[in-house]
Write a protein that binds this ligand. Structure first.
Ligand code: HEC
Length: 140
């Protein structure tokens, strides 16, 4: 009987570990967590949605943004500098961008407060990566 209960409990624990699996990433030695990032992303959400179905807001959609060409989404009017930008978003570039948007691409129109805290930046990036992984699952 005790064995059955133990088995039952370990099954539940295994299942819940799948349900609550976090997405993490280490940037410059700081480990970011998508779960914490959900809260830290609050400041970005005023202007951006990471959910595919919500599309663009005041800022372009951030659905699966990491791995995408910068300034290239249709249906959003980017500034000149973003239209001419020629790079792909990596976690490292995202880290520099949200730390100092003005310096990263002078002349861009993202009026956000720089995220100075490295932990918060890593958490936000882990959160964005979660939406990239979700994209991969849908289109294998
Ligand atoms: C006040 C509104 C606002 C806030 C807050 C804001 N953004 Fe933006 N963001 C924009 C706008 C507008 C653009 C387009 C900039 C341009 O075209 O010059 C942009 C562009 C971007 C891009 C480029 C997207 C692409 O398609 O290449 C990324 C990535 C991004 N923002 C991430 C973030 C993150 C992460 C945060 C939170 C830390 C954030 N933004 C906060 C308005 C905002």
């Amino acid at each position: 009987m005790q064995l059955i209960i133990k088995l039952f409990i370990s099954c539940i624990m295994l299942l819940s570990s799948f349900v609550t699996a976090d997405t993490t990433i280490t940037i410059n030695g700081v480990e970011g967590s998508a779960e914490r990032g959900r809260l830290a992303f609050g400041s970005c959400r005023t202007c951006h949605y990471p959910e595919q179905s919500l599309g663009h807001n005041n800022g372009p959609s951030l659905w699966s943004i990491i791995g995408q060409e910068a300034g290239s989404q249709s249906g959003f009017e980017y500034s000149e500098v973003f239209q001419q930008a020629n790079f792909v978003w990596t976690p490292e570039l995202m880290n520099v961008w949200i730390e100092s948007p003005r310096q990263f691409l002078p002349g861009n129109m993202m009026m956000s407060v720089p995220v100075k805290n490295p932990q918060q930046r890593a958490d936000i990036i882990a959160y964005l990566l979660k939406y990239k992984e979700a994209g991969k699952q849908r289109t294998p």
